[in-house]
Design a protein around this ligand. Structure first.
Ligand SMILES: Cc1cc2nc3c(=O)[nH]c(=O)nc-3n(C[C@H](O)[C@H](O)[C@H](O)COP(=O)(O)OP(=O)(O)OC[C@H]3O[C@@H](n4cnc5c(N)ncnc54)[C@H](O)[C@@H]3O)c2cc1C
Length: 617
């Protein structure tokens, strides 16, 4: 078993810098008044500090935390050794407040940089990062939706790390179907309500890291309409807070149990009982009833993006660990010497199939990172422009909305697959706990399930996002890729790949048209049957575009600067081009199989009788 103090987290700061500054030009933000209080140097310093925190503090706690898990004894939850100190250090470093608005006491940093900070922290210790991640989301929602008095009471303590936050939607019978929630709220006085009900699977629902936990709870006020429209949002602290910030009486929030899970074992996932003794009180968020789902969507949207970023973090460290192992593990001889039993043994990185796995992982990790940072950059540009050019700002907002389900689904699905590929790269050594990749694989599986399963994301993409703004967001998305194709279809070195991207975009359009046709002819079930395939097609096209764009940048750099360039830099840029070519030639062709599946309109899964699946159960 691995040494308890060993850090397994690996990161590639050079690749991150390329995405931020050479490819996506995030430094453009510092010219806008909204971000002019920051510079690239300051952001780089925060990234470096975050990397140090990840490799020296939370990274070494990842394996031991997985093995120890959280404990639930006598109604209280204990997190693994080292977590309390890590929490304290995180807040001392101010990393949590980087992207929070300055008016709330944060640094007001760009989401594009925050995206990288989150990738690093989630990659180092996915389970630990659940606690600050939820606190950040809850604090952000409170800042945007709470009354001034509510913010004054809780926000400074959440941003200082004294209190943490949660999101409480799920109930035993209401998972994907959030609108079926039965938790009730009865008016007591002013914005105070009595809360009764049970929430389950609540991440960071109970723990020993903070003095208090601020639960954000969806509940239905007596007499409110059924479904999501009748839900209101309540701020339900574990312990009441006095105006001077000191703690008052405990609220009636009891922890029923915590789950025993496949992964993220050091993240406490709790069953919470509100009002078992009839004494649980909550404050109506913003003082407005029946706005709960709208308010919660602020937290859910950022959590969906955050889950995608969790996936990138896990996938990136899985890939880099596999790469390190492949460089050292000697096994077999080079293929050209296959007839010579005395040929020298080679590192497995020399075998074609291992190179295939490594380049697939690299291409996907770097493509996903670029996608997430690009989404975040759209968010930042929206912030910069919303008061000066509403039309342009809205276009950036539209891209954030359109790309959110793709970031959530694609990056979470791929995280599991990349971690699995990392295990395959190791061989048997990947399947045992001496190496971290088996944990990465277990930790990554939840990402496609929580925050709305990946099918719910695909349904959201098709039913809402493609149609949003009269289809304008999707049209702009396609236009950007088609403009790239038109500009680069004769660019030497990647001509064939750019042409292939153009053909894939046409296929994507055909798939969208087919779904529309199914919808118009009343076959909604057929639309849903193909939703995941459609999302996968759109994601592959998006990633191929971004990787080719990166290849164009890399090609220019390695061409123009070669005289002064180190061999290492030259090879770095060459790796970018190779990753793009690999993705387009080995992954993008799957688009055509999926589009053929969608357009064929097969109904076997829909028409088969339930008994046809099996008569045994
Ligand atoms: C470790 C962990 C942490 C969690 N943290 C939180 C948290 O902090 N807060 C919180 O509120 N919840 C949390 N959850 C709950 C999580 O969000 C739900 O598990 C998730 O939304 C899915 O709900 P479910 O498990 O009830 O599955 P179900 O909704 O029962 O879904 C089961 C399957 O049916 C499919 N399905 C369901 N409805 C439809 C539909 N209408 N159309 C097509 N397919 C459908 C799903 O895609 C899935 O494949 C957590 C769960 C876990 C395991």
């Amino acid at each position: 078993m691995a040494d308890a103090a060993v850090n397994s987290y690996e990161l590639d700061l050079r690749a991150i810098q390329f995405t931020l500054y050479e490819h996506l030009q995030v430094q453009q933000l510092f010219d806008h008044p909204h971000y002019s209080h920051l510079s690239r140097e300051e952001c780089d310093a925060v990234i470096a500090q975050c990397a140090k925190f990840a490799t020296q503090v939370t990274g070494p706690l990842n394996g031991p935390g997985d093995r120890a898990g959280c404990r639930f004894e006598n109604g209280t939850v204990t997190t693994p050794d080292g977590f309390r100190q890590a929490w304290k250090t995180l807040f001392e470093l101010g990393l949590m407040s980087f992207a929070m608005p300055t008016e709330s006491g944060g640094f007001g940093g760009p989401h594009a940089v925050e995206c990288v900070l989150q990738e690093i922290q989630s990659g180092a210790n996915t389970a630990f990062n659940m606690y600050p991640g939820l606190t950040h989301g809850a604090a952000d929602m409170l800042f945007h939706c709470g009354t001034q008095a509510q913010k004054d009471l809780f926000l400074p303590h959440m941003l200082s790390g004294r209190f943490s936050g949660t999101m409480c939607l799920s109930e035993p019978h209401a998972g994907s179907d959030v609108g079926a929630a039965k938790t009730r709220a009865k008016h007591v006085d002013g914005e105070i309500y009595e809360i009764t009900g049970q929430k389950c699977w609540i991440s960071a629902g109970d723990h020993d890291l903070t003095e208090n936990i601020v639960h954000m709870v969806l509940a239905r006020i007596d007499g409110a309409p059924a479904g999501t429209k009748g839900l209101s949002l309540f701020i339900v602290p574990k312990v009441w807070v006095k105006p001077d910030g000191s703690l008052g009486k405990p609220n009636d929030v009891q922890t029923g149990s915590i789950e025993h899970k496949m992964g993220i074992k050091a993240s406490a996932t709790a069953v919470l009982n509100f009002g078992e003794n009839g004494a649980c009180r909550g404050l109506l968020m913003g003082g407005v009833p029946n706005q709960g789902i709208k308010q919660m969507f602020r937290m859910m949207n950022s959590a969906r993006i955050a889950v995608g970023i969790q996936g990138i973090g896990v996938a990136a460290t899985a890939y880099l660990n596999a790469l390190g192992y492949a460089r050292e593990r000697l096994q077999g001889s080079a293929a050209k010497n296959f007839k010579d039993p005395n040929a020298p043994r080679v590192a497995i990185i020399e075998h074609a199939d291992v190179r295939r796995m490594l380049l697939e992982m690299k291409a996907k990790v770097e493509g996903m990172r670029t996608l997430a940072v690009k989404l975040a950059l759209h968010n930042d540009l929206h912030e910069c422009l919303k008061d000066v050019d509403a039309g342009k700002a809205a276009r950036h907002r539209g891209q954030v909305d359109l790309l959110t389900p793709i970031v959530k689904s694609y990056c979470s699905d791929q995280a599991f697959r990349i971690a699995e590929l990392a295990i395959q790269t190791y061989g048997g050594a990947g399947y045992v706990q001496d190496n971290p990749v088996e944990q990465y694989c277990r930790d990554a599986k939840i990402l496609s399930i929580y925050e709305g399963t990946n099918h719910i994301q695909a349904a959201d993409l098709i039913a809402r996002k493609l149609q949003a703004n009269g289809g304008e967001d999707f049209r702009l998305f396609l236009e950007e890729i088609e403009t790239f194709v038109a500009r680069h279809e004769k660019t030497p070195g990647i001509q064939a790949e750019v042409t292939a991207l153009g053909v894939a975009v046409d296929a994507l359009k055909r798939a969208a048209a087919a779904l529309m046709e199914f919808f118009m002819s009343g076959k909604v079930d057929q639309v849903m049957l193909n939703a995941n395939d459609f999302l996968a097609v759109m994601a592959d096209v998006t990633i191929a575009h971004l990787l080719l764009e990166a290849a164009v940048v890399a090609e220019t750099k390695r061409g123009s600067d070669h005289d002064d360039q180190s061999q290492e830099e030259f090879d770095f840029y060459a790796g970018k081009v190779a990753a793009a070519k690999f993705f387009v030639n080995h992954v993008l062709p799957m688009v055509h199989a999926r589009v053929a599946t969608i357009t064929a309109g097969d109904r076997s899964a829909l028409d088969v009788h339930d008994r046809g699946f099996s008569t045994a159960v």
